[in-house]
Ligand binder design. Structure first.
Ligand code: URA
Length: 246
């Protein structure tokens, strides 16, 4: 018997057909919501080439020891989500929970981010989420410039592979890193630049970036949530995902 892979969409059709003809029990559990959205596998059942490229990049990074953050990390947090995402969210660096789980934005700030993504009419499986620094800075201090610069080549490679239509940079650190400003980071203010698209140029592409507040800032300043919602709507509009109300 050959090992033909069945695509998630085919599985969904099978499940819908069984339901239609009255079969109430299937000998496997199917989470229709997650299988229909995840695009790591193509419709022909093969792993998408973007996912393969991301896996390849992850194995190249391996047990990275290029900076001091490696000494205290538990897990390197590469990033996760839909390799074909139209929208890529980029934060600063993993916190305690992210370091322990090896996944981005799974702590308190992650809940705020997940709420925003849901409010945009999307799920975490629709977007890609990563950080500038892949390892947790001790005691959640801000990443240092040399640590950011070392990790930027990994971030650039992720962006090149995913090639999202829009990047949302969350907070001062991520925005500063992507904007490549010449002014010192200490003088850089996210409030001054948020809400206005700028271009991020990779080796082969130009991608619009929407800078907005970091979810951790929004936890401390919930009154500013509407500004981030305003920025998210501009992103939805740019990607053609916002239904304008007439
Ligand atoms: N803050 C970040 O910037 N990234 C995370 O993954 C979690 C918190």
């Amino acid at each position: 018997m050959s090992n033909t892979l069945i695509s998630s969409d085919d599985l969904k059709l099978v499940a819908q057909y069984c339901e239609a003809i009255g079969i109430e029990y299937l000998p496997f559990k199917l989470d229709l919501k997650s299988v229909s959205k995840k695009k790591a596998y193509t419709d022909s059942g093969e792993m998408s080439s973007k996912q393969k490229a991301l896996d390849e990049l992850r194995s190249q990074i391996g047990d990275c020891r290029l900076c001091r953050l490696a000494e205290e990390r538990t897990n390197l947090v590469f990033g996760e989500g839909n390799p074909d995402a139209k929208i890529m969210f980029i934060g600063e660096a993993p916190g305690r929970e992210e370091d322990s789980q090896g996944r981005p934005f799974v702590g308190e700030a992650g809940r705020v981010l997940t709420n925003l993504i849901n409010k945009m009419g999307l799920t975490r499986d629709d977007v890609y989420i990563a950080n500038i620094c892949k390892c947790r800075p001790p005691s959640n201090r801000d990443p240092m410039l040399d640590e950011m610069n070392i990790c930027m080549k990994f971030v650039e490679a992720q962006i090149e592979i995913i090639f999202p239509e829009v990047i949302i940079s969350m907070g001062k650190i991520a925005t500063y890193a992507l904007m490549a400003r010449s002014e010192p980071m200490s003088k850089f203010s996210i409030s001054r630049v948020r809400g206005k698209f700028f271009d991020y140029t990779t080796e082969s592409r130009v991608i619009p970036v929407m800078p907005t507040f970091h979810p951790a800032y929004l936890m401390r300043n919930p009154k500013d949530k509407w500004l981030t919602w305003y920025d998210a709507q501009a992103v939805l509009r740019k990607t053609g995902m916002l239904k304008e109300q007439i």
